[in-house]
Design a protein around this ligand. Sequence first.
Ligand SMILES: C[S@@+](CC[C@H](N)C(=O)[O-])C[C@H]1O[C@@H](n2cnc3c(N)ncnc32)[C@H](O)[C@@H]1O
Length: 314
Amino acid sequence: MTSHDKPDDHIAGRLLEPALRGAYGRTPENVALAQVLMAASCAEEADRALDAAIRHIRSAPHERSEAASRLQRMRALWDQTPDAFANIKAVMHSLDHPGARDPHPSPETWATIFDDAVGVSREASVALYCLGRADLLRAATDEIVERIRAWNLLRADAFVLDVGCGSGRIVEALARHVKTAIGIDVSMHMLQAARECCAACGNTVFVRTSGQDLSAFPDESIDLVCAIDVFPYFVMSDLAQRHICEMARVLRRDAHLLILNYAYSDDPTASGNELRRFAQEAGLSVRHSATREFSLWDGTCFLLRKSSQQERSI
Ligand SMILES: C[S@@+](CC[C@H](N)C(=O)[O-])C[C@H]1O[C@@H](n2cnc3c(N)ncnc32)[C@H](O)[C@@H]1O
């Protein structure tokens, strides 16, 4: 924090900080708003935090007009999304399950939690930063799939596997570009939502997984594995290394694994190092490490590639 980022006396730093991150463009505005709402104990408190952030910006000499404009857009977004606070709090309530406080919650615990969360809000249960809005979730999904397409990871004859597919938004968007898009998840209710989401696709398959491994899939059968905001749950369940090995096993040679968000960690350097070590041990090379690729999400991107036959024999 600089001297200009000092929290307002009346608003806890936990609220002003995310508002100022949005104001200074360090996080996307919708993400910053979601973080303010997550930290607030009531809607009025969040409102006061945005007011305090605007006052604070006016007293700061740098980036004043741009930062103030970002805060005004955050406020406008909230005005246009009156249910945002209720949506976010309802999903957070589902996530605040006693089982989630275990040192290593089991996949069954996450299944129970996400079964509940998707019943609360299909949109917010997979991406709080969309504030429960279908249009924002769609735009964020399109950004992710456009990035995957721009990296040439999609082919008309490809089999793609989305691990922890949730309510199916990524599978639905990928299915247009590939032969078959497969989604797996531990949550039956998420899978039900995913089947409904993809009812018109014709080339999607959904499978319930135990959450322990990818034993339903043969070796070298998949052209792209995606894991969007699911690794943090593997990490918490102490299943991250096993999943990276399993993903490496099912990938064809030269095929890719895309991980968006590895851990919800206070030490991103340490968790990035851990991921790179697990990847190397599994025979995956790192093409992108902890990059931020999106305008509507601050998720960090790790793109890994399975080594070719020649590289392995060198
Ligand atoms: C935050 S949601 C993300 C869903 C989806 N990837 C998306 O971005 O829309 C996390 C998902 O991971 C699933 N999940 C958690 N642990 C899992 C495990 N061990 N195996 C498979 N899925 C898991 C949850 O049920 C939930 O649907």
